[in-house]
Design a protein around this ligand. Structure first.
Ligand code: S3P
Length: 450
């Protein structure tokens, strides 16, 4: 699953029980932030457990281009020697963020208040995603943006020479937009305030505090108000990246729908802004057990045990939960295909703006495999077949989207007939060892013609 040049078709077949330990890679969101904040601190930030997926590696290259020194040690730890707030150098070439919306948007924020010019680009998927949601709040600091029509990449940002702090109410529930504004606020004198109506993942706020910035969070009637004081001197630190709950979702869900399974996923991050999937699965009747709950590096962590759950029931997933499980709807939709009755996922319109239109990709993929699915702009409904399970037998277009690829490979592990995907290449963006890890649990995955 590593070459990007040729598509790698893959087929997943039902192989019975999955069992053993699934050590999933480091958290993607936290990995990007560790590199970027490391680059904005003066001195050495040491990172263990960094996700070495393509998305994060693109961010590592980007911060090198902005002047930070980035080293991977033989033991797998990483060091970033940062240049300080306002210390970014002008990159000599366009900054290629690959497939990563998080990398692109956070880096845009991080450079926006430094008087340098940088052009951001990415792959076909990223070039199709909306960036006006970033350039608009950055304009309030004084940053100028020149993008393609519709605010798409490639986009050139001219950093503000005399940035002013801003007060910004998020028009969409987006941790990427929130983080871009906060990172830009670092190099603006005074207080930058971001207000979010719905809480989104809070890794940026937590990590900024850990690096020594003055950040306060208040719950008010209008929502969560985050206040950052500009011009902090960020202090380098050691960071242990917890394992990614969004990646853990794949072996966990595979275990829930594969007869006889019993899988343990150690040390996954359980930040409450990320756990919506697990709340939903518990409501569906999943056999999940959280063991050994503890805190590591400022984030709550636990070991999660998942066992085959033959009695899953369809549920209503409320729109208020969307932000806390935004990346997990594709795999939830697959699980819903194995539950009794219908699962209605409301308030999921943002899924249309991810690595691909995930509502459309999931609906098309499930239908190709015999499920009845309804969709409208903001809602996805899957009619599950209970113990009959998903028929399978279809081929799914992965559309440069890692989570679509992995979700349908998981579907094939439990469906009655094999499920094929047209291209497994995107998997390396977030879960480079997905194939070997799932095979180690007993799954049957094979590369082969569609
Ligand atoms: C992320 C935020 C989410 C999520 C993405 C990672 C982050 O995007 O989908 O995979 O690390 O901040 P939005 O902020 O667009 O919701």
């Amino acid at each position: 699953m590593s070459s990007k040049s040729e598509p790698i078709p893959m087929v997943a077949c039902r192989a019975g029980a999955l069992s053993g330990q699934a050590c999933v890679p480091g958290d993607k969101s936290i990995s990007h932030r560790a590199l970027i904040l490391g680059a904005l601190a003066i001195g050495e930030t040491r990172i263990s457990g960094l996700l070495e997926g393509d998305d994060v590696l693109a961010t590592a290259s980007a911060i090198r281009a902005f002047g930070a020194d980035v080293i991977r040690h033989e033991n797998g730890e990483w060091s970033v020697h940062g240049v300080g707030v306002g210390g970014f150098a002008e990159p000599e070439n366009a900054v290629d963020c690959g497939n990563s919306g998080t990398g692109a948007r956070l880096l845009m924020g991080a450079m926006a208040t430094t008087p340098i010019t940088a052009t951001f680009t990415g792959d076909r998927s990223l070039r199709g995603r909306p960036m006006g949601r970033i350039s608009e709040p950055l304009a309030l600091f004084g940053t100028r943006a020149y993008g393609r029509a519709g605010g798409q990449l490639p986009m050139t940002l001219v950093g503000a020479a005399e940035p002013v702090p801003v007060r910004y109410e998020l028009p969409v529930a987006s941790a990427q937009v929130k983080s871009a504004v906060l990172l830009a606020g670092l190099n603006a004198m005074g207080r930058t305030v971001v207000i979010e109506r719905v809480a989104t993942r809070d890794h940026t706020e937590r990590m900024l505090g850990g690096f020594g910035a003055e950040v306060t969070v208040e719950s008010t009637e209008t929502g969560r108000t985050i206040t950052l004081t500009g011009y902090p001197e960020l202090k380098p630190r050691s960071i242990t990246v917890p394992r990614d709950p969004s990646s853990a979702a794949f072996p966990v869900c595979a275990a829930l729908i594969s007869e006889g399974s019993d899988v343990l996923v150690p040390a996954i991050g359980l930040n409450p802004t990320r756990t919506g999937l697990y709340v939903t699965l518990a409501e569906m009747g999943a056999d999940l057990e959280f063991e050994n709950e503890r805190e590591e590096g400022g984030e709550p962590v636990a070991d999660l045990r998942a066992r085959f759950s033959p009695q899953l029931k369809g549920v209503e997933v409320p729109s208020e939960r969307a932000a806390s499980m935004i990346d997990e709807y594709p795999i939830l939709a697959v699980v819903a295909g194995f539950a009794e009755g219908k699962t209605v996922m409301r308030g999921v319109g943002e899924l249309r703006l991810k690595e691909c239109d995930r509502i459309d990709a999931v609906a098309e993929g499930l239908r190709a495999n015999g499920a009845v699915v309804e969709e409208d702009r903001d809602t996805l409904t899957v009619h599950g077949r209970g113990t009959d399970g998903l028929p399978g037998g279809g081929c799914v277009e992965t559309r440069l989207d890692h989570r679509i690829a992995m979700s349908f490979l998981v579907a094939g592990m439990a469906a009655r007939k094999p499920v094929r995907i047209d291209d497994a290449n995107p998997v390396v963006t977030s879960f480079p060892n997905f194939g070997s890890l799932m095979a180690g649990l007993g799954a049957s995955l094979e590369e082969g013609a569609v």
